[in-house]
Ligand binder design. Structure first.
Ligand code: PLP
Length: 396
């Protein structure tokens, strides 16, 4: 062989190796033993990897881990597929479950990106968006009764940033009466805290970018559902056709993060409760949204369906946006960043960032005042987090 050809040719080891840690299969395609092998794999008579958008061993390992975590209480077969982002998990499901003329029933306070997707993309494709107050089950029932075109209920619980909760078991049972599919964004809780499939929900999606990864170094998502759902194969086919499958590098980073998920979720939950308790009587703090506080309006629902209260909280600071600016700019330990679920504590001012495009009246109606800040409480020493908040409050 010419030296130049030697440079080009693959020289992958033929040895059978048994790595302790999941390898990253950074290969876009897979070789066949011979043409007969190729024909059998393409015809689906034999399983095998062909092309990484269709399937990749690294991604499949992580799919299986996430599937098992979300399915602990589920008795039928389930499936999971990692996606290129949380948004692609949502859009692939919506595109498969809804057709022009259908309606989707959802909340006004779901993640801003999800509601933009619904209004800017799906409503232009002939899908009607119906909004309801999910704390009022009679209202939801009457909406389902009046709108037979509703084919899907798309929920998030707890919501961002006020932590409103929806009773998932009640909604799952109601949806079955009307033949409506249900889908829950479980990003805030992770399966460590809440498992919607076990409560009767049809599909779960994640932005694994957040807690499942936990280290802020990948963008990815996941869809988990029951294998018996008639559209399961169509969902997986659409994922491949839309090019929304996850790449092995982001799956691998997520896999690393998942190993410490139980430890992290416990530390996030404990630290956020300690911060909430430290702020309850502070004169410069207004309303506090933390599900562990007994007078939070959704404390009972959270206690029923979540095993911990999670790391997310929000609270009102001072009396004006200037007070909030002073507070945030004086934080020395906590970081201002527009994400959540990382190991370090992050703060965000919804009125000037995530919720800036929402009409002020609507925003206020949903409890997102000008002085509300959202904190994704990290796993550092609680003393450091609390001390930083207190010293910054003293500056306003
Ligand atoms: N769902 C929730 C609750 C989110 O907070 C986000 C992103 O912030 C998403 C979905 C979208 O996820 P991604 O950014 O991974 O596409």
């Amino acid at each position: 062989m010419e030296l130049s050809s030697l440079c080009v040719k693959e020289n992958a080891t033929q040895q059978q190796v048994h790595p302790h840690i999941l390898p990253i299969y950074a290969s876009s395609s897979y070789v066949f033993e011979d043409i007969e092998d190729s024909i059998e794999v393409f015809e689906g008579k034999k399983s095998g990897y062909v092309y990484s958008r269709y399937g990749n061993p690294t991604v499949d390992s992580v799919n299986e881990k996430i599937r098992r975590m979300e399915s602990i209480e589920v008795h039928d077969d389930t499936f999971a597929a990692m996606t290129s982002s949380g948004m692609s998990a949502i859009s692939t499901l919506l595109s498969t479950l809804l057709n022009s003329g259908d309606a989707v029933l959802t909340q006004a306070n779901i993640y801003g990106g999800s509601s933009e997707l619904l209004y800017k993309f799906y409503s232009e494709k002939g899908i009607k968006i119906v909004i309801d107050d999910f704390s009022n089950l009679n209202e939801v029932k009457s909406t389902l009764e009046k709108n037979p075109s509703i084919k899907l209920i798309f929920l998030e619980t707890p919501t961002n940033p006020t932590l409103d909760c929806v009773d998932l078991r009640a909604i799952a049972s109601l949806s079955k009466d009307y033949g409506v599919t249900t889908m829950v964004d479980n990003t805030f809780c992770t399966p460590l805290i809440q498992r919607p499939l076990g409560l009767g929900i049809d599909f779960v999606i994640h932005s694994t970018t957040k807690y499942l990864n936990g280290h802020g170094n990948s963008i990815a998502g996941a869809i988990i559902g029951h294998s018996s759902h008639p559209l399961k194969n169509k969902i997986l086919e659409n994922l491949r056709l839309l090019g929304s499958t996850c790449n092995p590098w982001d799956a691998w980073l997520t896999h690393n993060g998942l190993k410490t998920l139980a430890l992290r979720m416990k530390a996030h939950s404990e630290n956020s409760l300690m911060l909430a308790e430290a702020l309850i009587d502070h004169p410069k703090i207004g309303k506090i949204n933390h599900l562990g506080i007994a007078h939070h309006p959704y404390h009972d629902i959270a206690s029923k369906q979540m095993s911990m209260y999670g790391g997310m909280m929000s609270f009102e600071v001072g009396n004006s946006i200037d007070d909030v600016k002073n507070f945030v700019n004086n934080l020395r330990f906590i970081t201002q960043a527009p994400t959540l679920g990382d190991v370090d504590t992050l703060i965000l001012h919804p009125a000037t960032s995530s919720h800036r495009n929402i009409d002020r009246e609507v925003r206020l109606k949903y409890g997102i005042s000008d002085t509300l800040v959202r904190v994704s409480v990290g796993i550092e020493a609680a003393e450091d987090i609390i001390a930083d908040v207190i010293q910054a409050l003293n500056k306003i």
